[in-house]
Design a protein around this ligand. Structure first.
Ligand code: AMP
Ligand code: GLY
Length: 424
């Protein structure tokens, strides 16, 4: 069949790499894709949120499945767009409905869902410009640090963790009254701070049943030792060594099951990934966020560990037959190290020629922000490439990735040299 994959990052290159290994995938288009996807599939210059252009393309190319990488098209309702269009409704979209995507699109919606279905989460309240003074009063009742979250999508930047009460009040006013994050912060969730270790649980659901995918941990800060500004993610490890069967059982019974049952009870159509961000507080898993897509760079370690056919898996989601699907997982560890443009996550330059890609051995390079410029692969974003390796344990895998990164070069290239440091 012909498949259209939406997105352009490392996550999408990893999906594409896995999907083209399936005998079911006869032709793969990626919109808009990057230099990595161009080498293994056909890139289409089309925005993932231009639904009318996607419709024309899907009909013209006889596309039989649409796989959505990033959250934007999901929050904007691509699932419903297909469902409500007579010429498109037979084509499965892998991703939740617009209502389901609110779990990521609105922090308040997510908190209400969690509370309603008795899923453990941090205590919270939410405020608008009209109730900003109540928000300041609420802050006074909490212990520092203070957690402020812009309600809407803010490209991963909308969460502030602040030690000082007065500074927290100022930032709350900045968000609500001065639109620090634009419309995304016209509502703000203030949350109890949870002190523990973060991990992510990835679930694929067809709306009736679900499969839990391998666990992964990412490294969000730009600097070594988890310091400096937040980024989209600087590396990832799968599995997470400290997640044992007891913790996994708690995650499944207290969080995953009630989440999927919650979709059914609330009439939320959901055929896609649920990415559950957790903090493990003294061995009690507590939800800090939902995302309605796979993580990036977590996908670049989770997908390489799937032995099952990914297109078959997506078809089982579309057909609501996940309950009979046998998910096979590679027992090896996988790690990925992100190579970024100097200056990221603040200002950085693009268009730098990347050399050494042909010298990589025993690792997989997934492209994130790259494009072709004549015969050259050049940087085209903050996160540029990510180098994934397998190993008997994560240390072995990490070593291979670093050996291969040494063969790569572009002007002002940067990467963290301590991925996995906290797992030793
Ligand atoms: P989020 O966008 O909700 O994932 O938040 C971004 C980051 O803020 C998370 O990865 C955590 O490191 C941190 N965070 C979010 N909520 C909390 C919380 N309630 N307590 C402690 N840290 C949090
Ligand atoms: N790596 C975190 C995310 O994709 O949101």
């Amino acid at each position: 069949m012909t498949i259209l994959l939406l997105g352009s990052g490392g996550r999408e290159h990893a999906f594409a790499w896995k999907m083209i290994q399936s005998p079911l995938c006869e032709k793969l288009f990626v919109a808009p894709g990057n230099a990595g996807t161009a080498a293994i599939a056909t890139n289409v210059a089309m925005s993932p949120t231009d639904f009318d252009a996607i419709k024309t393309f899907v009909i013209q190319e006889n596309v039989k499945m649409v796989v959505v990488g990033p959250e934007d098209p999901l929050v904007k309702g691509i699932y419903d767009y297909f469902k409500n269009d007579e010429s498109l409704q037979h084509i499965p979209v892998i991703g939740p409905s617009k209502l389901g995507a609110q779990l990521e699109g609105s922090k308040e919606f997510a908190k209400e869902f969690l509370i309603k279905h008795n899923i453990p989460t941090a205590a919270y309240d939410s405020f608008t410009a009209e109730t900003v003074e109540n928000g300041c009063a609420f802050l006074e009742t909490l212990q520092p640090p203070y957690v402020l979250k812009a309600d809407g999508l803010a490209a991963g930047k909308g969460v502030l963790i602040i030690q000082d009460l007065e500074e927290a009040k100022t930032e709350l006013r900045n968000m609500l009254v001065h639109e620090k994050f634009g419309a995304a912060s016209s509502k703000v969730v203030i949350e109890e701070f949870l002190d523990g270790i973060e991990l992510s649980c990835f679930v694929l659901t067809d709306g009736k049943s679900y499969k839990i995918l391998p666990t992964a941990k990412d490294y969000k800060r730009i600097g070594e030792g988890d310091t400096g500004l937040n980024t989209g993610g600087m590396g990832a490890v799968s599995p997470v060594p400290y997640v044992d069967a007891v913790l996994m059982e708690k995650i499944e019974t207290r969080i995953v099951k009630p989440t999927i049952e919650g979709f059914q009870k609330d009439g939320i159509e959901y055929k896609g990934f649920v990415f559950i961000g957790l903090i493990n507080v003294k061995n009690e898993p507590i939800v800090i966020e939902y995302n309605v897509r796979m993580g990036d760079p977590e996908t670049e370690v989770v997908v390489p560990r799937l032995k099952s056919d990914l297109v078959e898996l997506f078809q089982a989601v579309a057909d609501q037959k996940l309950d009979t699907f046998e998910l096979e997982v590679d027992s090896r560890s996988a790690t990925t190290i992100m190579v970024v443009s100097g200056g990221y996550p603040e200002d950085f330059e693009k268009g730098k020629v990347i050399t050494g890609l042909e010298n990589i051995t025993d690792s997989i390079v997934f492209h994130a922000g790259t494009k072709l410029d004549g015969d050259n692969v050049v940087s085209n974003g903050g996160r540029v490439l990510t180098v994934t390796s397998y190993g008997d344990d994560f240390q072995q895998a990490i070593k291979k990735s670093y050996q291969n990164i040494d063969k790569l070069n572009f002007d002002k290239m940067y990467f963290r040299k301590d991925i996995g440091f906290d797992l030793l």
